[in-house]
Design a protein around this ligand. Structure first.
Ligand code: ATP
Length: 357
């Protein structure tokens, strides 16, 4: 069990600053996600932790020991790459055994360890096959077994499910979480897929342009984003510009083009006061369509379009040129509402007030 501490880490490639003064702490046994759009620095951080990149500044520690200058093979990390990087000419057994042979583990022990881990990832019956005789999901499990068999101090996963179809991705997510927790592994997992992160992470760091925008549990990030960037990147949301007109304890009333909204002040907002420009974030599933208004946080508008998906329907609701996305579960009584005037109501705990800078 090893914790990971990153302090003031900066990494540039020529004039590109890929990582800009990153600070984060991953607790022992934690499943920690690096989430962000393409090019924001996730892989650069993961490769710096593995030892493939030398940072320009800053420090990386495992279990309190500074490893910043250690080469990759002395850091004892297991890494699974996006394309699995299996050796095509070797069998499953040989691929998994490779790391153990490299560190001169006795032959009898290698057999036990490899068979043990192949049992765990349910691939024991495929041990004589070559990678091209396996499905994408099976190859992914070989890569995972190869990383785990050497008992790494921590596990680093770089978009490990990106080559799999949707159903297999879902199954493998849970499997990865189970394996990490069973082995009590400190795991850092890179993805740009917010659903993957929300569904299995203990905590997530949201990255934007080489910096960390926010760190939190899935619920904290989804319910209480601290910036418009995180609100929009982690799940769908409606962002509406406005101005604070009244401030209370932890909450405020914001005037927008489509009416006043009472909401919660986010932790990221600096100096909330009347007159300050802000924006509000409201998730589509928090808006409720109705023929009647709520006493507050209610907008009268027109349904522009309805997209039916069976268990859920998505609506575009318009008022004064502002379009709100609304989703209704079990939408059967809302199917003939196109062009109808209705109210969209939201409770104040589902309105988050965010800064605009
Ligand atoms: P993706 O999700 O697309 O893999 P990412 O968030 O992992 O993106 P990085 O691969 O870490 O992003 O890249 C961060 C920035 O650093 C990008 O602007 C990228 O072009 C640049 N970069 C990354 N590796 C190198 C390199 N070896 N040489 C030059 N620039 C690089």
């Amino acid at each position: 069990m090893t914790d990971i501490r990153i302090q003031n880490l900066t990494k540039s490639f020529g004039s590109t600053i890929a990582l800009d003064n990153i600070n984060l702490y991953v607790a022992s046994g934690e499943l920690f996600f690096l989430l962000g759009p393409s090019g924001c620095g996730k892989t650069t951080l993961l490769r710096s932790i593995a030892g493939f990149y030398t940072p320009n500044e800053g420090q990386i520690s495992f279990g309190g020991n500074n490893v910043t200058k250690l080469p990759p093979h002395r850091r004892k990390v297991g890494m699974v790459f996006q394309n699995y990087a299996l050796w095509p000419h070797m069998t499953v057994f040989q691929n998994v055994a490779f790391g153990l042979e490299n560190n001169k583990t006795p032959k009898a022990q290698i057999k036990n360890l490899v068979c043990g881990i192949l049992e765990k990832v349910q691939l024991i019956q495929y041990m004589s096959r070559k990678p091209n005789e396996l499905s994408g999901g099976q190859q992914q499990r070989v890569a995972l077994a190869r990383a785990l068999v050497v008992h790494p101090k921590c596990l680093l996963l770089d978009e490990p499910l990106s080559n799999l179809d949707a159903q297999l991705r879902n199954d493998m997510r849970c499997e990865i979480r189970n394996i990490c927790k069973e082995h009590k592994l400190t795991t850092i997992y890179v993805t740009h897929d917010q659903k993957e992160a929300l569904s299995i992470a203990d905590r997530i760091a949201v990255f934007s342009k080489g910096k960390i925008d926010q760190i939190g549990t899935p619920t904290q990030l989804y319910k209480f984003p601290s910036s418009c960037f995180t609100a929009e990147f982690v799940g769908e949301t409606n962002i509406i510009q406005g101005v604070i007109v009244q401030v209370g304890s932890g909450e405020a009333i914001v005037r927008t083009k489509i009416g006043n909204f009472r909401g919660i002040l986010s932790i990221g907002i600096k100096d909330p006061r009347p007159g300050r420009k802000v924006c509000i974030s409201i998730r589509p599933e928090c808006l409720r369509l109705n023929d009647f208004p709520n006493p507050e946080n209610s907008v009268r508008g027109v349904i522009g379009s309805v997209t039916y998906f069976g268990e859920v329907a998505h609506f575009k609701f318009e008022r004064e040129g502002v379009v709100l996305r609304i989703s209704e579960l079990n939408p059967n009584h809302f199917l003939n509402v196109q062009n109808k005037g209705m109210y969209a109501n939201v409770s104040s705990e589902d309105v988050v007030i965010l800064g605009t800078d």
